[in-house]
Design a protein around this ligand. Structure first.
Ligand code: HEC
Ligand SMILES: [Cu+2]
Length: 353
């Protein structure tokens, strides 16, 4: 709610000018998803949280410093040139050649050496982040869809630890993790700025990426290849946990949904079977749809609809009834529900934790 008010206040100026259609759209938006603590724009430029990201961040700093230094140097030389302009009395005067050409040689030489050194540094950085220092023990498959991420854990010999979830990737801290990237439709790109560079997901091809987090925390990820109307609402989170917490999470996610008890939740489950099961899976039930996020442990996720909303009961109902307003063109239809149906569905969804 706070976010919406801040946005609305910030946009009041342009709304008054009647030039800003976005303000009306924002006013119609439900409470926006709050970023996890510590997440701010440009955060990735100031903080790297793992060995696949730190070298590129340092490279970014170095290139920025170099660009600033060159700009300052050029500005200074320009000022000197202005100060030493031709005498006003004789604007056509040409100075006798007093070593000016030497400066061209010096400038070209220094620029070439600096550019070459930069090239070497860039290649060394690429080499450093190309592969982790040791072989990853965990492989996660991430499949990009318009406009959400399917996250599949399938590399355990124990089938209870294999499952699919959506938009939230958990990893053990301090371990390199291999990410296999696929796309179900168009080209997207997987990017967790604080953990690694971006890698495209291309239909019909498997790309690879590795990420590693030095410390526990939540790291924002974002699709970084324009993929259609809701490209901006195609976020996800990487949650890095200590080994024990990660294992507990993985075991819990592998469980099927608990049988429901109570008439309202049972009515909600029936409704789910009729209206939602064609697209969504709830493991342990007849709902086996594969074209949409697995909802078996919906309640365990922090955000809803690829980062569009905070995951609360109210937002779940709002999303189900107004998906096309919240994410226009999304492949989830807006579903009209009577008050009784909404209550039943909500009771059922709250059992999926
Ligand atoms: C035509 C297929 C389709 C139907 C029918 C459908 N959904 Fe969805 N649903 C989707 C898709 C696709 C998404 C992902 C949308 C996105 O984030 O862009 C989604 C997302 C969701 C999410 C957010 C999941 C997450 O992890 O963030 C919830 C909750 C949800 N649907 C509930 C329902 C319920 C409840 C019903 C039935 C009343 C339903 N859906 C019917 C396709 C469908
Ligand atoms: Cu995308």
């Amino acid at each position: 709610m706070r976010t919406r008010q801040q946005f609305t206040a910030a946009l009041r100026g342009c709304a008054a000018m009647r030039t800003c259609a976005a303000s009306a759209w924002l006013a119609a938006m439900p409470a926006a998803a709050q970023p996890a603590p510590g997440i701010a724009p440009l955060n990735y430029f100031l903080h790297a949280a793992g060995p696949a990201a730190a070298p590129t961040m340092h490279l970014g700093w170095m290139l920025t410093a170099l660009a600033v230094a060159v700009s300052l140097l050029v500005a200074t030389l320009l000022l000197v040139a202005i100060a030493r302009r031709r005498p006003r009395a004789d604007p056509a005067a040409v100075h006798p050649d007093s070593g000016g050409v030497a400066w061209i040689y010096i400038g070209t030489g220094v620029s070439s050496i600096v550019l070459l050194a930069t090239l070497v540094y860039v290649l060394m950085t690429l080499e450093t982040v190309a592969a982790p220092a040791r072989q990853p023990n965990l492989t996660i498959t991430v499949t990009a869809y318009d406009w959400w991420w399917k996250v599949t854990y399938s590399d355990s010999p124990d089938p209870a630890r294999n499952f699919a979830t959506a938009n939230e990737i958990h990893i053990p801290v301090g371990e390199p993790v291999k990410i296999e990237l696929q796309s179900a439709d168009v080209i997207h790109a997987f990017w967790v700025p604080q953990l690694a560079g971006k890698t495209q997901t291309i239909p019909g091809q498997i790309n690879e990426q590795w990420i590693e987090a030095d410390r526990p925390g939540t790291y924002r990820g974002q699709c970084s290849q324009f993929c259609g109307a809701q490209h901006a609402h195609m976020a996800f989170e990487v949650v890095a946990q200590n080994a024990q917490d990660f294992d507990a999470w993985r075991l819990a996610q592998g469980q099927a949904a608990q049988p429901v008890s109570g008439a309202t939740a049972a009515a909600g489950q029936k409704l789910f079977g009729e209206r939602c099961a064609g697209c969504h899976t709830v493991r342990g039930t007849d709902a086996l749809g594969v074209q949409a996020p697995d909802l078996t442990h919906l309640g365990s996720r922090r955000l809803l609809a690829a980062g569009a909303l905070a995951n609360t009961s109210a937002n779940q109902l709002d999303w189900i009834q107004h998906a096309q307003r919240i994410k226009p063109d999304s492949l989830m239809p807006s579903i009209a529900l009577s008050a009784a149906d909404a209550a039943a569905l909500s009771a059922y969804l709250s059992t999926l934790h």
